[in-house]
Design a protein around this ligand. Sequence first.
Ligand SMILES: *[C@@H]1O[C@H](CO)[C@@H](O)[C@H](O)[C@H]1NC(C)=O
Ligand SMILES: *[C@@H]1O[C@H](CO)[C@@H](O)[C@H](O)[C@H]1NC(C)=O
Ligand SMILES: *[C@@H]1O[C@H](CO)[C@@H](O)[C@H](O)[C@H]1NC(C)=O
Length: 818
Amino acid sequence: MITLSRLLLFAALNAILGHSIALDLDDYSKANNQSLLWAPYRSNCYFGLRPRYVNDEPFVLGAMWFNSINAQGLAKVRHFVEQGDKLDKYGWIWYDPRIGGRETIRDSESNLQLNFTFVKSHSGENWAVQVEGDLIDKNKEAAHSIVIYMKQNGKEDSSCYLNQNDIFTKNRNELSFTGFSNELKGYTIKLADENSKFYKDAVPPLSPDCDPSKPTVLSMNIPDDQLWKAKDVFQSLLKDSIQAHVETNPQLSANLIPSALTIRNIHNFPPGNVQYIQQTFEGHFKFNIIFNKKGSKDQIAENSVDHLIVLAEGLVQQKFNKKFGIADNSLYRDFAQETFSNLLGGLSYFHGTHLVDRETAFDNENFDRIELLNSNEEGPLELFSMVPSRAFFPRGFYWDEGFHLLQLLDYDSDLVFEVLHSWFNLIDKDGWIPREVILGDEARSKVPEEFRVQNPNIANPPTLLLAFSEILSRAKTIQEEMLESHLQENYQYEELDSSFQGDKLNNNPELLISYAKEIYPKLLKHYEWFRNSQKGMLEEYMEVPSINSKVHMEEAYRWIGRTFTHCLPSGMDDYPRAIPPDIAELHVDALTWVGVMTRSMKQIASVIDLVEEIKRFATIEENIVENLKTLHWDDDQKLFCDITFNDDANTDEALRKFVCHEGYVSLLPFAVKLIPHTDVERLKHILDSMSNTTTLLSPYGIRSLSKTDEYYDTGEVYWRGPIWLNINYLCLDALEYYFLESPLKKSEGQNEELFLQARTLYKQLRQNIIDNVYKIWKKDGYVYEQYNHKNGKGSGVQHFTGWTALVVNMIGKLPEEL
Ligand SMILES: *[C@@H]1O[C@H](CO)[C@@H](O)[C@H](O)[C@H]1NC(C)=O
Ligand SMILES: *[C@@H]1O[C@H](CO)[C@@H](O)[C@H](O)[C@H]1NC(C)=O
Ligand SMILES: *[C@@H]1O[C@H](CO)[C@@H](O)[C@H](O)[C@H]1NC(C)=O
């Protein structure tokens, strides 16, 4: 086992580097807490901000806009990201949550182009948002209303507040506020325009408090848990105001519209902790919102925002270039940075209760649709996570998140740990993590009611452990390289204060050990939960001679909660499975995922040197690898397949029926690298399957289901043909692992042909995917949930910058020898 040598390695490393640079977990966590405190973590909003891990009294901000040149504008207030808004484009063009970023928006229907640029001071305590906009069509008149709302959350009797300061400064277009929260302490907020062109009517406004030629502020109270309805509140206040205008002035003329669409305190609300600020512009506009913590040493001065933005953009570009190594003149440079920035732009912080049904058990006889009617509210919980799509899936998805982390791993591994940590914190007393994490009303509002409730019998592919396993392997390599380069006396430790690089954990073996120790007991619980809850029934197959003679009894699994038509827990909802469903069926992907978890547990145990545990996991892993062959390999079709019990068999051997559907499920053991290097024969069959254009290989990537399968392109056509980037990424990664970096390569001359085939496939597949995703992005401005298997067009959810952003890692990562 590697343990002893690793320990020696750590000891040597520490001796050499000394304690001066050793970070402990507390310092490390503090540094992360600081640089990740503020960011646009309300990713479900076009622009929405809140602090991380400040739950009782957070400050919350959101932005909305509409064109108030005519009455229809009111119905088109933009707030939450909606595909139905049909914006030409929205999203981050450069972004890093530790540093800052710029989101650009192009909204033809509102005749508006709009940028939000977010930056922070070095300490991370202070931030500024610059909002800049202009007309798209300068020949068309416009009155762009930009509405910023801010709230200091907190119970009514607590000491928190957010007040507008009375003292008007010399410049009337400058507003200032003072706030306090017990968690954030005192702060000030300034909102200042820079030569913006406010809307000026030829006619006087309807009333002095509805004058669009200057900023309007309305202060009121909204309960914390209702703030997500800020847009509804705003719209209904405007409607009430218009109603009142019409009553006093029945001949309300159309050219008074921008004035009529200006918010006023029609109900005489007393001032409260919510501030709505509406500004209406007729041309180019630019204003800054600056948040400074009282007493902070690096407060942001009003005139330094532009400079800070230049610095931030430079830093983000530098970090991106360093981590991905995509040349500045590469065709894909902007595409890659934008797509990756949008993955990070989905980084969100959630806090609230969720709905869990712990009573409903599953009907294993009928496989009917599952209804979870016994839900209880549990929590509150918190989650720091990316989201698959800000418009459509703005919440945590267990199966997606591992892929998000695999992407992020190339960029900021400390951030990967932060996110993993948060997910692992969700592991409950039974070891369960929900498949979808929907915390609070704001997140819930985006989920159809039937999908809100989670159930602890349901699993999902444990991709988080796939990511964790990858990070541990990489950290090991990096540390070995560090030691080596140090021994060669050219080792340079990166300055600790390069706090934005996000690779402290990798460079700090002690830290990794502490982290692994902290997380191990919970992970173990999760692992056991998965193995127990998804256990398959192997006893039925004991009369099958080829199974009986070799099988390891403990390792057989099935997804609980599949129905006649769907297997949602597997992540590949409509991928064909046994028909009819059977209580005794065994799923090859379920077993494979347990293999991934086991390997990962083994690696963690080895980091913290749990000798007995390492042995135990190694044995389980071996058993799983063998059972994949014994139970699931169909030697006729040369594929890994689900199996089911055949009551009508003539022979004992035939009691096991293979349910073979060539596609992502049959490739999975290969894709997650569970096939031994030495199993050349199976590797060859899988390679043939992936390279075959009649079945799986398309000009746009590997199809989810073989073209020759009877279910190909039928039903919902979700996982029955379309190209998905997550599995394609795993396949490329596995090709690299088996054939480009493999130790087999040198020793086994007779496999020359196999390696040639693999390298050809690797190059072609990689290029096909990049070309197609890039082409569609160029045309539509977005990346998609999946790509059509017949024409490569984007399909499913638009602007799906979750795992589809893996294309960036494909671009960035080209092994030298190719
Ligand atoms: C960082 O924040 C987390 C979450 O609030 C907290 O548990 C942890 O103690 C903080 N770390 C430090 C060193 O303050
Ligand atoms: C928004 O940002 C982009 C990219 O930095 C820039 O080209 C564009 O001019 C900006 N638009 C406005 C209205 O500021
Ligand atoms: C590709 O798959 C088809 C259908 O299974 C099969 O007939 C053909 O022989 C395969 N081609 C190669 C080159 O293996």
